[in-house]
Design a protein around this ligand. Structure first.
Ligand SMILES: C=C(O[C@@H]1C=C(C(=O)O)C=C[C@H]1O)C(=O)O
Length: 369
């Protein structure tokens, strides 16, 4: 399946002033001075292409700072005038869209807490009817690819063709090193379904702390994401929101200097020849792998028939336990990650169970006739 979105390439609406494309600015606009001073230092690095700032902030609990509100648009306009940087804000309802458009905001983004709610996204899309403005859509808080796709479709259906997705990580019940789990496989799936859709990564919200941001930023670029949105504050120690994850403009500049921008296709023909040769070897091995898995499945089916004819249960826990243990340690001896080997086997086992279930059910169907 491919996603049928009508999308203009990123470089037709956003020309990065520096590689990689970085959108930066404070988590929240707090005061005019804080926003202007941060914007000034960011612009002076020469490495920032767009200035961001949150002015309407969805907060988990009431009583927290919920953004400075519409006055922040005036400050953003001043920052744009002073630095020449295009500006972007998060919008979470139709009124936000109207105010942001009236203020001349260059790019809008829909936040993760809005993407989860189709009513909210539709309200935003309705307010965007007939408007030509770029919109970036963050993934929903929960790992639900359809919700993310649905939000992109709603905005696209409203006529917005300057569209991008932002990968900001997903909430998880389990504690981990990240504030939001990157779950890259979801972003990769989105890119596979819609290769023309630009995807930008938001390492600040994935990490939740400054220390991991360089690692996640590099990883995002290596996963072919087209840009980064990183929070930056003139003095993160006194930031009103997300203090732990914001970087000073100079720390951000340093981080950008240490990133390596890699290309998907090698420019050097010697490198492409070598890659092609190695890929041929992979192709051969993959063919063998598939053949062997198919052979294994036909034996599984024979066992299934035998179980059906002798009233033996499909699942054989002892046998399965033994397989997992033996194969995982064999894999380890061959330098395969134990978790990887286990996951791969679990996938195969699930398919064995599915096939044997089908075989069992065939008998029931026949005997009932
Ligand atoms: C193939 C069998 O059935 C199931 C599938 C297994 C497998 O895929 O290796 C192992 C144990 C069973 O849960 C079996 O009983 O041996």
């Amino acid at each position: 399946m491919k996603l049928n979105l009508n999308i203009e390439p990123l470089d037709t609406w956003l020309k990065p002033s520096h590689q990689p494309l970085v959108i930066a600015g404070p988590c929240s606009a707090e005061t005019e001075e804080q926003l202007l001073a941060t914007a000034d230092l960011l612009a002076k690095t020469g490495k920032i292409s767009v200035l961001r700032a949150g002015i309407w902030k969805p907060r988990t609990r009431p009583g927290e700072f919920e953004g400075i509100g519409s006055i922040g648009l005036e400050w953003l306009k001043k920052a744009k005038l002073a630095t020449g940087l295009p500006i972007t804000v998060e919008v979470a309802n139709g009124k936000h869209v109207e105010e942001a458009l009236a203020a001349g905001v260059d790019i809008l983004w829909v936040g993760a807490r809005s993407t989860v709610n189709p009513f909210t996204v539709q309200e935003i899309a309705d307010a965007l009817q007939g408007v030509d403005i770029p919109v970036m859509v963050k993934n929903p808080v929960n790992p639900d690819l359809s919700l993310w796709i649905g939000a992109l479709e709603r905005i696209n259906n409203a006529g917005i063709t300057k569209l991008a997705a932002i990968s900001r990580g997903f909430s998880s019940f389990e504690k981990s090193a990240f504030r939001n789990e990157p779950m890259w496989e979801l972003t990769i799936q989105l890119k596979t379904l819609c290769p023309q859709l630009p995807v930008i990564c938001d390492p600040s919200h994935i990490c939740g702390n400054r220390e991991l941001i360089p690692y996640i930023s590099q990883k995002a670029l290596d996963l072919e994401m087209q840009g980064l949105m990183i929070e930056s504050h003139i003095d993160p120690s006194v930031a009103w929101t997300d203090a732990k994850q914001q970087l000073t403009p100079s720390a951000l500049s340093d981080l950008i200097d240490h990133l390596t921008v890699r290309t998907p296709e090698p420019a050097n023909p010697v490198v492409s020849d070598k890659l092609a040769e190695l890929r041929k070897q992979i192709d051969k091995i993959d063919d063998l792998l598939i053949q062997k898995v198919a052979e294994r499945m036909s034996i599984v089916e024979k066992i299934g028939e035998y179980k059906r004819d002798n009233d033996i249960t499909i699942l054989q826990l002892n046998r399965w336990d033994e397989i997992i243990k033996k194969r995982a340690s064999f894999g380890k001896a061959l330098k395969l990650d134990e978790e990887f080997t286990t996951k791969m086997l679990e996938l195969i086992h699930a398919e064995s169970i599915r096939r044997q279930t089908e075989i069992m059910n065939t008998k029931t169907a026949v005997s009932e006739k």
